[in-house]
Design a protein. Structure first.
Ligand code: N01
Length: 542
């Protein structure tokens, strides 16, 4: 990385300048927003708190971090250059390669000079006299922008539970989403992992490989199925290149922005033999097909859900030598897919090793942390390293870190004290000239696919405002009420675990308000087109 790449543009250059748009966040959604806004001729800058680009794929550099959707379906589709000049090495690429991909995009499309790294936004105040946002950075500098584009991420603010005595622990404590760039050497170390969601599941076999001992603190079991990673061959790449446009269209036509063929049949309308054949197919195909190509009612009908959960439970039992241990690892408080299902590589098999043990927090909760480890109601453990794979405060965690003030100095979090209210997840009443990419109420699936359509819509809106000589656009309360009610309607048929992060269920004391849009990419696009085509009905211009 050269000097300019490491430090981005000179912050001093912002002085006196009024941008058309400031993009906050250099992850998947922010990078595309930067591309699109720049392509449409807007003066734009992207600021990112990290010292590199990639967002979630910059911070989550823990061993084992990788895609669980097919690499070539996760990236961008705005230019064929992306398929011609980028070759994925694996079906489910690892974090270093993914980080390289996002840097490749930024360099290939000559966006680097519009990126300012190591810049943390701490405040954003709407100046209603001039219809601009005044945005403050942690170092005290300010920048003025007509539009504020928040691409602060879905899972970007780590959540670490508060245990008594945590400050006393003298070993290394780290969250999976804030992994040190220099890595952690586990050789000969006694290691603990808290959390068995997607991050914990990816970490367990990697840490076990080198550590002297590994203790996994599990609160709930999760339904882990095989990732089945394999090389992405040059022949497959050629096929993908040829079908680039079709793959793009397929993503746009899929409810979750994936490329998987949906299965329209219902679980019990086929014979038992056919049901098992389908189950084997989705189980063995790897990645998230297990959910998105499974019978259509798997996440809607409790009996169908139970049927598939039973199938997966048998697979789990078959992977573990000790039947009692298998019993403890099999989820007993939610059915398959009610939490976002993790994909693993030898996850359950790792527990067959003598130096790996499961500590169930339901059977024996933590009493306190000590200087040397952890005391539970039944045991005392000594550790050198404690890893928290305990998830994130989805969407709102990152927004809470910025003091966002709209009309009449109202804080965004006050406006959302009864849960987020948005139009399309793109705009909020009382907060003019503010838009999001892959924000609350706008996404549920393959994030890059959603990011592209959101950023296109946002950039078109900014173009519209400029072309018509307006300086301000604001969502009406009525439009936000209507969309927010629709968001709540779409979640009703879905079987969701209470503790799921989609509704803040993982944050203690949370209100359980729905954050994710379940209506699908197609419905979102239809609604968004109707708004745009009607001259932005539900939005007021000045
Ligand atoms: O976090 P999670 P994650 N005491 O919230 C446990 C994406 N992702 O970082 O199940 C003890 O899923 C909690 O326990 P329980 C993906 O979208 C993708 O793993 O609530 N334990 C759970 O086991 C994913 O959904 C990939 O009982 C506590 C774990 O911590 C999202 O990121 C890879 C606790 C948290 O699981 C988040 O995944 C990684 C407490 N007080 C992540 N609080 C890919 O493969 C929480 N836990 C692409």
């Amino acid at each position: 990385m050269n000097n300019q790449q490491a430090h981005g543009a000179d912050p001093e250059s912002a002085k006196g300048e009024v941008l058309d748009a400031l993009v906050v966040g250099g992850g998947v959604s922010g990078i595309y927003a930067l591309y699109r806004l720049n392509e449409q001729g807007h003066s734009v800058r992207l600021v990112e708190r990290g010292s590199g680009l990639g967002g979630t794929w910059f911070w989550n550099r823990y061993p084992g971090a990788r895609f669980d959707s097919d690499s070539y379906s996760y990236g961008y589709f705005f230019s064929e250059i992306l398929a011609e000049e980028w070759q994925w090495s694996e079906h489910y690429a690892g974090q270093p390669e993914i980080e390289r991909y996002f840097n490749f995009v930024v360099d290939r499309f000559e966006l680097r000079d519009k990126v300012q790294l190591d810049t943390t936004v701490v405040s954003a105040r709407f100046d209603s006299n001039n219809n601009v946002w005044v945005v403050g950075y942690a170092d005290g500098q300010e920048v003025v922008t007509r539009f504020l584009v928040l691409a602060t991420g879905m899972l970007s603010e780590p959540y670490i539970p508060a245990f008594d005595g945590m400050d006393d622990f003298q070993g290394v404590m780290v969250h999976s989403g804030e992994w040190p760039a220099e890595g952690i050497d586990f050789a000969g170390k006694r290691v603990a992992i808290f959390g068995t969601g997607s991050s914990g599941v990816q970490l367990v076999p990697e840490v076990a490989r080198d550590a002297a001992s590994l203790t996994v603190f599990q609160r709930s079991g999760h339904w882990v199925t095989p990732l089945n990673n394999r090389p992405f061959t040059p022949e497959e790449q050629e096929e993908y290149r040829k079908n680039f446009r079709e793959v793009h269209q397929k993503r746009l036509g899929h409810i979750g922005g994936f490329i998987h063929e949906p299965e329209p049949r219902l679980t019990f309308e086929v014979s038992e033999e056919e049901r098992l054949r389908k189950y084997d197919e989705v189980y063995n195909s790897g990645g998230l097909r297990i959910l998105s190509s499974n019978f259509a009612d798997t996440l809607a009908d409790p009996a169908a859900n139970q049927e598939f959960s039973k199938y997966v439970a048998e697979k789990i039992s078959a992977s573990i030598e000790d039947p009692d241990l298998a019993e403890r690892l099999i989820p007993n408080d939610h059915g398959f897919g009610m939490h976002r299902p993790p994909k693993g590589t030898s996850y359950y098999e790792t527990y067959n090793s003598d130096h790996v043990q499961l500590a169930s927090l339901k059977e024996s909760p933590v009493v306190r942390f000590t200087k040397t480890g952890v005391v539970t109601t039944e045991d005392e453990f000594e550790f050198d390293v404690i890893i928290f794979a305990t998830g994130f405060e989805a969407w709102l965690g990152a927004l809470k870190k910025i003091d966002i003030r709209g009309m009449d100095d109202e804080a965004l979090m006050e406006a959302w004290s009864d849960g987020p209210r948005t139009l399309l997840g793109m705009g909020v009443p009382g907060f003019p000239n503010l838009t999001f990419v892959a924000g609350v109420h706008s996404v549920g699936g393959n994030l890059p696919a959603f990011s592209e359509v959101h950023a296109d819509w946002a950039s078109d809106l900014i173009t519209y405002v400029k072309r018509h000589g307006y300086s301000r656009v604001e969502v009406t309360k009525e439009a936000a009420r209507e969309w927010t009610e629709h968001v709540y309607e779409t979640v009703k048929p879905v079987l969701l675990a209470k503790g799921s992060w989609y509704q803040r269920g993982n944050i203690p004391g949370s209100d359980g308000k729905i954050l994710t849009y379940y209506g699908g990419l197609g419905t979102w696009r239809e609604w968004a087109s109707q708004v745009a085509d009607s001259g932005y009905k539900g939005m007021e211009f000045q």
